[in-house]
Write a protein that binds this ligand. Structure first.
Ligand code: ASP
Length: 316
């Protein structure tokens, strides 16, 4: 294996929210950690060979999409109609090309189809049936809706529905934990060529209206990459992310005001918190500095760099 001299970095998240240490069994925590490690490894293997950041973030996100613990791909939350609708986006910092899909129902790995939109269509964002037709034409793996089902997510939907019926606060806070209600997976990378990339994939929010699209596939809100500044993938209340144009705002503070990645990320998260949003994000800049800020009491997260040492954390 050639010894690499150039810096590289991968940072990923598996969703932010109220992650209650007391409610987490050691067995379950081990499973989360193992999945995050596996995703880091998948991205690291690409980056250490000098591969593209774009390949690294796609590889990492695919691992988390295939893992039922996370709200993306298999394990996606249920809509109010008891179905699944998935959103994903990917962006390349060098060219600032981007691809995204939204409200898709049968695509096993939405992140890969988002990349196809970027590379094999003249468009940036495809939704619903059109996105599915495109995926089929390009040979992406199509699955039955049942593939995404998990009993845990079904249970969360039932609890929210029950609370709604009883005139409670419904899909809002307190009935279920924030981590149960939503979540998202995402990764950002700096590769050995100095190129940045970002990828985000999600099932959205439990009990969302059919047709609701969150921030993840909205370029500049939940996903953004620009070689001049940084790469960002967010998780949290999507509506707040869209209204605050979170990812692009961080990049803009760096580009136009010269803020550091950490200062820009914290400033923007504070702005979102003032509007009432709970959220987190992962970010890396062109020098390899990285940040994993969140204003919830936990975020599944991890990072790896040139030395191959992985760090995985869950709680604050
Ligand atoms: N941001 C996602 C959405 O609103 C959900 C999450 O990350 O928790 O669709």
């Amino acid at each position: 294996m050639p010894k690499s001299s150039k810096p590289f970095r991968l940072v990923l998240h598996g969703g932010a929210g109220t992650i209650d240490r007391g409610a987490m069994t050691p067995e379950r925590e081990k499973q989360y950690r193992a999945a995050l490690e596996q995703a880091l490894r998948a991205g690291y293997d690409v980056l250490k060979k000098g591969g593209a950041g774009l390949d690294a973030v796609e590889a990492a996100v695919r691992v988390l999409e295939d893992d039922p613990h996370f709200n993306a791909g298999r394990g996606a939350v249920f809509t109010a109609a008891g179905t699944h609708e998935l959103d994903a986006a990917i962006m390349e910092g060098r060219t600032r090309k981007a691809g995204a899909i939204a409200a898709v129902k049968h695509i096993r790995n939405p992140i890969t189809v988002a990349r196809m939109v970027m590379e094999k269509s003249p468009h940036v964002l495809l939704t619903g049936d059109g996105a599915e037709d495109f995926a089929k034409q390009l040979g992406a793996e199509i699955v039955d809706q049942k593939y995404f089902d998990t009993p845990e997510r079904w249970d969360v939907l039932q609890r929210i529905k029950k609370a709604e019926k009883a005139g409670g606060v419904g899909g809002k806070k307190f009935i279920v934990s924030e981590a149960d209600r939503h979540g998202t997976v995402g990764a950002v990378a700096l590769d050995q060529n100095g190129d940045l990339a970002a990828a985000t994939s999600t099932g959205g929010m439990t009990n969302k209206r059919v047709g609701r699209i969150g921030d993840s596939p909205v370029i500049g809100a939940g996903t953004y990459a620009n070689n001049v500044t940084c790469a960002i993938s967010g998780t949290g209340d999507g509506e707040f992310f869209i209204r605050s144009v979170v990812a692009h705002d961080i990049s803009a503070l760096m580009e136009y005001r010269g803020l550091s990645l950490a200062d820009a990320s914290n400033a923007v998260l504070e702005k979102v918190a003032k509007l009432g949003g709970t959220e987190g994000l992962v970010a890396v800049d062109r020098a390899g500095n990285f940040a994993l800020p969140f204003n919830t009491n936990g975020m599944y997260r991890g990072t790896v760099g040139v030395d191959g040492k992985t760090t995985v954390e869950i709680y604050k």
